[in-house]
Design a protein around this ligand. Structure first.
Ligand SMILES: *Cc1c(COP(=O)(O)O)cnc(C)c1O
Length: 531
C-alpha cells in the first residue's frame, strides 16, 4: 500500500489494514481522474519560501519584550496558485448541501437561500464591529429588535433574549433564568427532569447549572407519558426540559397535560426548540405552556451550520421569566425601533436579570439571515416550509417502510423520520455499515445511533427544500441498499466506503488519540519540543 511520509495511505484504492482492495486501477500519482490526492500543507510548502514580497522592516524597536518569538514560526510558504489549489482541492473532498442531499436528522436548515447570504454581506451589516458604539449602528439594533418581534409573534411568548450564540448556549440562558426565578421565590430546587430521548445538551445544561438530572423514560410509542412525569414531580423539581417535536420525530401530544402538571408542582417548562422548524406557523409554544425555549436560528431560520458554527440561539421567555433574562437586552420602542439596554429597571420591576452571558449583543450575521428568511417567506411561506418539511419526511417514511423498519410506525412523523436496525437482523450488516455504503452511492449518511432510545437508530430529515425527484433518487438508493443487505452482500457493506478518498477510518482512535500537531519527519526532535 502506498504511504506518504505521515504514514497515511496515498492511493485511494488502498484498503484498510487487512481489508479488501477494490478493482480500481492504481495510478502513478495517487490522483484519481481529475481529483487530486492532496497532501498536507506542511508537505506541500517550503519553510524557507514565501508567497508574498514584504519589504525588510529594517531597524525597529520591538515592544513584545519577553513575548517575542525565539525560534522561526515554521509556517510553510506557498505561491498564491499553490495556496488556492490546496484549499480548493480540500474543499472538493468535502460533502456539501450544494453537492447533494444531506439526510442528517436533528439538524434542519440545509439549503440556505442565496438571498439571505447576500443581505448578510451588505457592508452595513457584515462589517459591524462588536466594539462599535451602539450609537453608530442604530440600523443594526433595529434589525435585531425586528427579528425579536418576529420570534415573539411566532412563539406567542412575552420576551426574548437575543444574545445566546447556539442552541446549547440558549438552553443555558433559559435554565439560568429559571434558576434565578426560583431563587427569587426564596426556594431551592435541585432536580431537572429530562426525557431519555433528549439531546445530550439538555442534561449537560442542567448539570452545568448544578442541577441533578432525573431521566424520564420514553414509553413504547416514543413519547413522554404525563403519568411518568407526575410520578417524578416534587417540590424539589425546578423544571422539565422537553423537546417538541421530540428527537424521535414525534409530536408530544400530551404536552399541555405535562405543562399543567409541571406548573402545578411549582416547576418550569423549558422547551428545547431545536425542532421548531416542524411547527412554525402551526403551533405557538407559548400556547402549550412553555416558560422558556431556545430557537436555533441556524436550524430553523437560515444560516449554514455545518462544521460546528456559527449559530445563534435566542431564548423566548414567558411573562414570569422575562425579568430574569440576561443583560443586555433589546427594548422595543413604540416607534418600531429597538434599543439595547443594560438594566430592566422600570416602574414596578423588582426582579433582577441573572447576569450577562456574552460580551456582545449576539450573532449579527445570523440575525440578518434569519430576518431575511422570515420576511422573504412571509407568514404563509414559513408555514408552508414547515408543512413541506413534514410532508417530505412522511413521504420518505411511506416509501421505505416496506424495506426498512420504521421505529414508530403507527404515528405520522414530523419533520424527520426514525428507522431502527430490525430490517438488518440476520444480515450481518450494522447501521454503521449501512451508512458507510451510502457514501459509495454519493450520499452523506443520515444521523446514526441517535436518539439512544432506539436500537441502531437512523434518523432522516430531508427538509422542505428537496424536490420530489431528488427524494425519489435518495429513496431508490436506500431501497437498493436494503435489498442488497438482505441478499447477503455483507462483505460489500463491511468494506464500504470503497470509492471515497479515505476508506473506513478508526474513528474511535481518531477521537481518543487525535494527532493535532504535524511533525516534520526530517526533524522529529524540533517538532516534539514544540508540542
Ligand atoms: C442541535 C440541537 C441542540 C443543540 O443546539 P446547538 O445549536 O448545536 O448548540 C439541542 N437540542 C436538540 C434537540 C438539537 O437538535
Amino acid at each position: 500500500m502506498a504511504m506518504n511520509t505521515q504514514g497515511r495511505p496515498t492511493a485511494p484504492t488502498a484498503g484498510p489494514a487487512g481489508g479488501p482492495e477494490t478493482a480500481a486501477p492504481k495510478t502513478f500519482t495517487g490522483n484519481r481522474g481529475l481529483d487530486v490526492e492532496e497532501k498536507l500543507i506542511f508537505e506541500t510548502g517550503r519553510l524557507e519560501a514565501t508567497g508574498v514580497d514584504v519589504e525588510d522592516p529594517g531597524e525597529f524597536q520591538s515592544r513584545l519584550g519577553a513575548h517575542a518569538r525565539k525560534a522561526p514560526i515554521g509556517l510553510p510558504g506557498l505561491t498564491e496558485p499553490e495556496t488556492m489549489r490546496h484549499y480548493v482541492r480540500l474543499s472538493r473532498q468535502n460533502y456539501a448541501i450544494d453537492l447533494g442531499l444531506y439526510p442528517l436528522g436533528s439538524c434542519t436548515m440545509k439549503h440556505n437561500p442565496r438571498l439571505n447570504e447576500k443581505l448578510a454581506r451588505l457592508p452595513g451589516f457584515g462589517d459591524v464591529h462588536p466594539l462599535q458604539p451602539l450609537s453608530t449602528v442604530p440600523g443594526a439594533v433595529d434589525l435585531i429588535a425586528e427579528l425579536g418581534r418576529w420570534l415573539l409573534e411566532l412563539t406567542g411568548m412575552a420576551s426574548v433574549a437575543m444574545s445566546p450564540k447556539a442552541g446549547a448556549h440558549g438552553e443555558y440562558c433559559g435554565m439560568a433564568a429559571i434558576k434565578a426565578a426560583i431563587a427569587a421565590r426564596g426556594e431551592t430546587r435541585s432536580i431537572v427532569l429530562v426525557p431519555e430521548s433528549a439531546h445530550g445538551t439538555n442534561p449537560a445544561t442542567a448539570a452545568a447549572l448544578g442541577f441533578k438530572v432525573v431521566p424520564v423514560p420514553a414509553r413504547e410509542a416514543g413519547t413522554v407519558d404525563p403519568e411518568a412525569v407526575k410520578a417524578r414531580l416534587s417540590s424539589d423539581v425546578a423544571a422539565i426540559m422537553l423537546t417538541n417535536p421530540n428527537t424521535c420525530g414525534l409530536f408530544e401530544r400530551d404536552v399541555v397535560a405535562i405543562a399543567d402538571a409541571v406548573h402545578e408542582a411549582g416547576a418550569y417548562f423549558y422547551a428545547d426548540g431545536a425542532n421548531f422548524n416542524a411547527i412554525v406557523g402551526k403551533v405557538r409554544p407559548g400556547d402549550l405552556g412553555v416558560d422558556a425555549m431556545h430557537i436555533n436560528l441556524h436550524k430553523t431560520f437560515s444560516t449554514p451550520h455545518g462544521g460546528g458554527g456559527p449559530g445563534a440561539g435566542p431564548v423566548v421567555l414567558s411573562e414570569k421569566l422575562a425579568p430574569f433574562a440576561p443583560v443586555p437586552f433589546v427594548r422595543f420602542n413604540p416607534d418600531g425601533s429597538g434599543e439595547f439596554v443594560e438594566t430592566r429597571k422600570q416602574a414596578g420591576d423588582t426582579a433582577t436579570p441573572f447576569g450577562r452571558i456574552t460580551a456582545f449583543h449576539g450573532q449579527m450575521g445570523m440575525f440578518v439571515r434569519a430576518l431575511t428568511h422570515m420576511m422573504s417567506h412571509g407568514a404563509d411561506g414559513l408555514r408552508q416550509a414547515s408543512e413541506d418539511a413534514v410532508l417530505s419526511a412522511n413521504y420518505v417514511k411511506a416509501r421505505l417502510s416496506d424495506v426498512m423498519t420504521v421505529a414508530f410506525e403507527d404515528r405520522p412523523a414530523m419533520h424527520e423520520v426514525l428507522f431502527d436496525d430490525r430490517f438488518l437482523d440476520g444480515t450481518g450488516v450494522t447501521t454503521l455499515d449501512f451508512a458507510k455504503a451510502m457514501i459509495d452511492e454519493g450520499y452523506h449518511p443520515m444521523t446514526m445511533y441517535f436518539p439512544l432510545v432506539v436500537h441502531g437508530a437512523m434518523l432522516i430529515e430531508p427538509t422542505e427544500s428537496e424536490s420530489k425527484a431528488s427524494l425519489d433518487q435518495f429513496i431508490g438508493t436506500l431501497r437498493h441498499l436494503a435489498g442488497k443487505a438482505k441478499a447477503g452482500a455483507v462483505d460489500d457493506f463491511k468494506s464500504a466506503p470503497r470509492l471515497a478518498p479515505r476508506r473506513r477510518l478508526d474513528e474511535t482512535r481518531a477521537a481518543r488519540q487525535p494527532k493535532l500537531v504535524w511533525s516534520d519527519p526530517a526533524d522529529e526532535g524540533r517538532a516534539e519540543a514544540a508540542e
